[in-house]
Ligand binder design. Structure first.
Ligand code: F6R
Length: 243
């Protein structure tokens, strides 16, 4: 794993966006998986700014949601497709017909998750995946567990994740309890992985990731140790250990 520590959130976002732009310049047809949440907002907005300022063409990109809450549709303000559309797609020439998200209203959600995996497979898996990380070490919504599903599946969110995400909702009871997420195997099939993290709240999990040297299913981010091309970009606060 390559580690890049930046002075603050802005420069973490600049660094991540610059790396993604370089990949887009190399391959306009890039197949990319994108996260939501607090961490990636700056990176996504930089990608939108780069499109406008650097005369880039995003029309051939294929963009996949890493996850989507069960029960929040594409036009729900707290939904994850809405988030990506709001921060990136709608500000660029990304072709919406090449943006993908599971149908979280499907009658059979497990089957829908398998269809989503199939779509990713048809697209040759990801050239690049941008990940955030949960305070409990989750990537996508692969929560700590003794067993993991390799492919896309329906995940139950841990209480700590529901608590962490409650800040985006009027109250905690509105936070969905399930999501369709990429599996650990889907993530690891990406050619290149960039993980971003910022702020003191992430310092414990980032410290754990830095010292981990073996796979621990109860620490899902540890699976990244098996991947040959992972770059972790975090700001100083996320590496400042609380004694
Ligand atoms: C969201 C996702 C999650 C988040 C993680 C960190 O699409 O896949 O793994 O990346 O929960 O969220 P923030 O950035 O809000 O701290």
């Amino acid at each position: 794993m390559e580690w890049i520590v930046t002075k603050d959130y802005k420069s973490m976002s600049d660094t991540a966006a610059d790396m993604i732009v370089e990949e887009i310049k190399k391959n306009q047809h890039l197949c990319i998986a994108l996260p939501t949440g607090g961490t990636p907002i700056g990176t996504l907005e930089n990608l939108a700014a780069a499109y406008n300022e650097r005369n880039l063409d995003y029309s051939k990109l294929r963009c996949f949601n890493i996850d989507e809450y069960v029960s929040l549709g594409k036009d729900h303000e707290q939904g994850y497709y809405y988030f990506l559309n709001n921060h990136l797609y709608s500000k660029t020439n990304i072709d919406l017909s090449k943006t993908y998200v599971p149908d979280v209203f499907a009658k059979d959600l497990e089957f829908e998750a398998e269809l989503y995996e199939g779509m990713i497979q048809e697209n040759g898996y990801f050239n690049l995946i941008l990940l955030g990380i949960g305070e409990d070490g989750h990537i996508g919504f692969n929560e700590p567990s003794i067993v993991h599903e390799a492919i896309c599946h329906v995940a139950d969110l841990d209480n700590s994740t529901i608590d962490a995400n409650a800040r985006f909702f009027e109250n905690k009871t509105e936070v969905p309890k399930q999501a369709i997420t990429l599996g650990i195997g889907t993530i690891l099939k990406a050619k290149k992985i960039i993980l971003i993290a910022n702020g003191k709240k992430k310092s414990d999990v980032i410290k754990k990731l830095a010292i981990t040297n073996e796979i621990d299913p109860k620490f899902p981010a540890s699976f990244l140790l098996t991947h040959p091309d992972v770059t972790i970009i975090c700001d100083k606060e996320a590496v400042s250990c609380k004694e």
